[in-house]
Design a protein around this ligand. Structure first.
Ligand SMILES: Nc1ncnc2c1ncn2[C@@H]1O[C@H](COP(=O)(O)O)[C@@H](O)[C@H]1OP(=O)(O)O
Ligand SMILES: [Mg+2]
Ligand SMILES: [Mg+2]
Ligand SMILES: [Mg+2]
Length: 356
């Protein structure tokens, strides 16, 4: 029997249920349902409710596994968090009791009648407080990746990955706003991507049906159109433009929020995803890249930092010092890496001259 069959089945069903939740929250979101966290990033009732849902399912499905989740319930436990807390409990329970679909298992604590009280759901959110580490099994969850995209009604993703001994082995990414067919941008939306180490990468529809094997085609550097963040504060657009110039790339970059960029790359769009640091000392988080890495590797691509080294998922909640991320098809990764290193050297040279 293939490895991680139960985890994969769980991941697809949990992300499907979480996407239904976030999608319905978007349509109902009102003022005062968003907070600004200490690092100035937004978090909505949707982020918290989706983490409560997935962590409570994980607790029942894999009780011994650790979880590294983006959110924690500290602000919600305060008196000032009462309004948001009540709304989150309501939304999480709506998602928990929604009818069972093919692939769901009532043993995960979902389905009609499975409501939970506030204390259990806040504890479920805080199951994501694990510090990470080098050994054993741990899941990492970004309940809404690209919260800014979510608030704009653009791209965002629900991301769940299983990491074993510091290596991501399963990646599930739900993209409720991503067109099913890239050639029909105004057509049906909502995809779930699943990849398991050594077993390939697949795109499903938003119901978790109609799996389609996906892969990155062989392309030349001239055909690249870089995938990059919408937010210039998250990755340097200017640096990417210099890399594009080095490679004689003529096509404009495609900007979108969240790990939807990894998904697009994995199904053959863009050819490369560049995420170079902006120089503010930000440390990338494991939940922002674990699922994307499995997906891209299983669709025939390569993910590295700007030194050409693998990302290290064993350092804790972050990937450590930020050397940037280059994800690309096999046929172009080494060329993009070389161009990044040349652009870096030029930048360092210019800085040295400016200081001379
Ligand atoms: N300065 C930063 N550099 C890189 N990524 C960042 C920075 N600030 C926040 N992020 C994270 O980037 C991710 C979104 O990336 P993208 O731009 O590709 O959509 C979010 O998970 C966000 O974290 P957070 O969830 O805390 O807001
Ligand atoms: Mg966030
Ligand atoms: Mg998030
Ligand atoms: Mg994120």
């Amino acid at each position: 029997m293939s490895q991680y069959t139960a985890e994969r089945k769980f991941g697809l069903a949990a992300v499907r249920r979480a996407c239904a939740l976030t999608d319905s929250v978007f349509n109902k979101l009102v003022k005062n349902e968003t907070l600004v966290k200490g690092d100035k990033s937004p978090v909505t009732v949707g982020d918290y409710a989706a983490q409560a849902l997935v962590c409570s399912m994980l607790q029942r499905a894999f009780p011994d596994d650790l979880v590294v989740g983006e959110e924690d319930a500290a602000d919600l436990r305060e008196e000032s968090g009462r309004g948001m807390r009540e709304r989150i409990i309501e939304l999480a329970n709506e998602a928990i009791v929604s009818p069972l679909k093919d692939g769901d298992d009532p043993a995960w604590g979902v389905g009609p009648g499975a409501e939970q009280d506030a204390a259990s759901l806040l504890d479920a959110i805080d199951r994501g407080n694990h510090e990470g580490g080098k050994t054993g099994r741990m899941w990492t969850l970004d309940p809404i990746d690209g919260t800014k995209g979510f608030l704009r009604g653009e791209q965002y993703a629900v991301c769940l990955s299983l990491i074993v001994d510091a290596k991501p082995v399963l990646g599930v990414i739900g993209c409720p706003n991503l067109p099913v067919d890239p050639s029909k941008p105004d057509g049906a939306k909502g995809c779930i991507f699943v990849a398991t180490k050594g077993q390939g990468a697949y795109q499903y529809d938003h119901e978790g049906l109609s799996p389609k094997s996906i892969s990155i085609p062989h392309i030349s550097t001239a055909d690249i159109s870089f995938l990059e963040s919408v937010e210039a504060a998250h990755s340097s657009h200017g640096f990417n433009a210099r890399v594009a110039e080095q490679l004689k790339v003529c096509k404009s970059p495609v900007r979108m929020d969240s790990q939807a960029k990894y998904c697009c790359l994995a199904r053959g769009e863009g050819g490369a995803y560049l995420r170079m640091p902006t120089g503010v000392g930000y440390r990338e988080k494991i939940w922002d890249h674990a699922s994307g890495q499995v997906l891209v590797e299983e669709s025939g691509g390569v993910v590295s930092d700007s030194r050409g080294q693998s990302l290290d998922f064993g350092l804790g909640r972050t990937l450590g010092e930020n050397f940037g991320i280059i994800a690309a098809g096999k046929s172009v990764h080494s060329h993009v890496l070389e161009a990044v290193q040349t652009a870096r050297a030029e930048e360092d040279d210019n800085k040295a001259k400016a200081h001379a």
